[in-house]
Design a protein around this ligand. Structure first.
Ligand SMILES: [Fe+2]
Length: 574
């Protein structure tokens, strides 16, 4: 039985394919369209999934989409009427809902077929239930509490649940316009980072300041006794006016959300391009710490309510790796699971798993421990690309390759490392990565000069052999998807300065031999020569979505000053 899962008309649109409940492949649409966070209908990701398995749309039994226009419909109408939101805003949303409900039509158009030829059954799965399923059903936990937190989806921003085997039961929800995700986005916009997905910049800035604005933020978002929170509507435009959002093709946009009230208590908002002043940094620190408090408040309440040992986290706010890394220390939960794509892209898998487990009642399958579900290229495809581009290359045996690449790393080379299937989710995990020696004090400057040209305050991350995590980090846990930030042991800060953030933390990936054998082998080889079982890992891109195909990897290599490009067993050198 084939299920095609889709996230459409929302940020990070995506598609995946399941066969008898097993995820075979999955990709964000942005990887094909080459526009970050691409929203709209994921035609290229759908085509990729079918081609990858060698099947056609006629072989698909079910299509799931992680939106349900009917969910919370009465709440939407009441909110709209109560707040006299403009007709054009309602109209935009109705058009969007209509599209969500005509998936058969979209698929027919894509495959140039009459709509009656699309035989698959279409299932609309509510947004947060899709998030929850993407985490709980993918985890190893038979029983678990689950918390999904994001900006909004199907008029809900937060949902808690309790899962047992192949079912979960929703416990509580917080409805839009109250939203922790919107709160974080609003501060991000106030700090002069207006693009969709810029929240990680605020998270990167946070360790440089002091939490001086917690009192002010408490006026804006109040934690409530029911274990949740509410926003003070005087501070948000989306309560009254609604704000323009664009989820059509291209990168999503959200108009600025903050009202003039923010300036009264915090001062004038920063405009993109202005100097980042100390008080901006202090505000970034404050919103990060405050958001963590709100998350722990919700989790501790959820623990009391459920008594569960395990917790699954999901939703856009689950991308906050700094908060994720502190959950076990700050709550009474014992074990945690966060999927590789906790944000909206992951809801394609979630909606499909919801159908498989919750609706069809099928048994759970083993934990999803890998993120390597994306595009792949074999050696012939790689060499054909290089030949077409008239680029000189050499094919090496495995042994020669690992020797050569580890030598280049020790010499200080910046290497584009392209292997196997692309990662599903926002992090490069050693399949589409740029790698470097983490011991170099000049690594950040070198990388920013040679490739990234990004804000100097943003840290680079360590990939570490799973068996060495406890030697370098205070916390003990596996972190397969770079989804948590841990504290690096103080005595190790000087050893790996390139991946030690200003506050002594690192957003690690623990590399498992069975899941990432080639990446594990490379790090091991580097460790033999350097004594350090760690590589600096940053995504293989340059202000664009992560490279997906060999031609994009080569393009990035040629545009930048990278020293070496490794694709499969092929090496290109400058
Ligand atoms: Fe979401």
């Amino acid at each position: 039985m084939y299920i095609l899962g889709i996230n459409a008309y929302h940020g990070d649109s995506s598609a995946c394919l399941l066969k008898d409940g097993v995820v075979l492949c999955a990709s964000e649409e942005e990887r094909f369209r080459r526009i970050k966070h691409w929203a709209g209908f994921p035609t290229e990701a759908i085509k990729f999934c079918l081609e990858d398995e060698g099947i056609s749309i006629h072989d698909i039994d079910h299509v799931t989409i992680s939106r349900d226009p009917k969910a919370n419909f009465s709440k939407k109408i009441i909110h709209t009427l109560k707040n006299s939101i403009s007709i054009s805003n309602i109209w935009d949303r109705l058009i969007n809902s209509k599209k969500v409900s005509s998936i058969k039509g979209e698929l027919a158009k894509l495959f140039e077929l009459p709509e009656s030829d699309i035989k698959a059954t279409i299932h609309n799965i509510e947004h947060h239930r899709s998030h929850i399923a993407s985490s709980f059903f993918a985890s190893r936990f038979e029983k678990s509490a689950i918390l999904s937190i994001d900006g909004f989806g199907d008029f809900t921003s937060t949902m808690s649940a309790i899962g047992d085997c192949n079912k979960f039961e929703v416990l509580d929800e917080v409805n839009y316009p109250h939203s922790l995700g919107v709160f974080y986005t609003t501060v991000t916009q106030f700090l002069g980072f207006p693009n969709y997905g810029d929240e990680y910049k605020v998270m990167g800035l946070a360790p440089y300041g002091q939490p001086k604005y917690l009192k002010e933020l408490e006026q804006i978002l109040e934690m409530t006794d029911d274990g949740f929170f509410k926003l003070n509507k005087a501070y948000f435009k989306h309560f009254k006016e609604g704000v323009a959002m664009d989820w059509e093709g291209g990168s999503p946009t959200i108009e600025s959300l903050f009202t003039d009230e923010w300036c009264k208590i915090l001062g004038k908002h920063r405009v993109k391009g202005d100097k980042v002043e100390q008080w901006h940094i202090d505000l970034a620190t404050s919103v990060q710490i405050f958001t963590e408090k709100v998350i722990f408040h919700m989790l501790n309440h959820l623990h009391k309510k459920t008594g569960a040992e395990n917790i699954c986290i999901t939703g856009g706010v689950a991308q906050n790796s700094v908060a994720n890394g502190k959950i076990l220390e700050n709550t009474t939960f014992q074990n945690i699971y966060i999927p590789s794509a906790g944000h909206d892209a992951g809801t394609c898998i979630g909606s499909a798993l919801y159908l498989y487990n919750q609706i069809l009642g099928k048994d759970r399958l083993p934990e999803i421990t890998t993120a390597y579900f994306g595009a792949k290229s074999n050696q012939d495809e790689i060499t054909a690309v290089l030949e077409r581009a008239e680029v000189r290359f050499t094919v090496y045996s495995d042994e020669e390759l690992f020797e050569k690449v580890s030598n280049k790393l020790v010499e200080g080379g910046v290497i584009g490392w392209f292997q196997g299937r692309a990662e599903f989710g926002p992090r490069a995990l050693g399949h589409r990565s740029i790698i470097m020696d983490p011991r170099r004090t000049d690594a950040k400057d070198l990388l920013n000069d040679k490739i990234k040209r990004r804000e100097s305050f943003r840290p680079f991350a360590p990939s570490i052999l799973k068996e060495a995590v406890e030697d370098y980090f205070i916390q003990k846990d596996t972190v397969p998807f770079m989804e948590k930030v841990f504290d690096i042991k103080e005595e190790k800060h000087k050893e790996i300065p390139a991946v030690t953030h200003v506050n002594g933390t690192g957003r690690l990936q623990s590399v498992d031999k069975n899941i990432s054998p080639r990446y594990h082998k490379l790090i091991s080889k580097f460790a033999e020569k350097s004594g350090v079982p760690i590589l600096l890992n940053t995504s293989f891109n340059e202000n664009e979505p992560i490279v997906n195909k060999p031609e994009e990897a080569l393009g990035c290599f040629l545009r930048t000053k990278m020293d070496m490009l490794v694709m499969g067993n092929v090496i290109v050198e400058r």
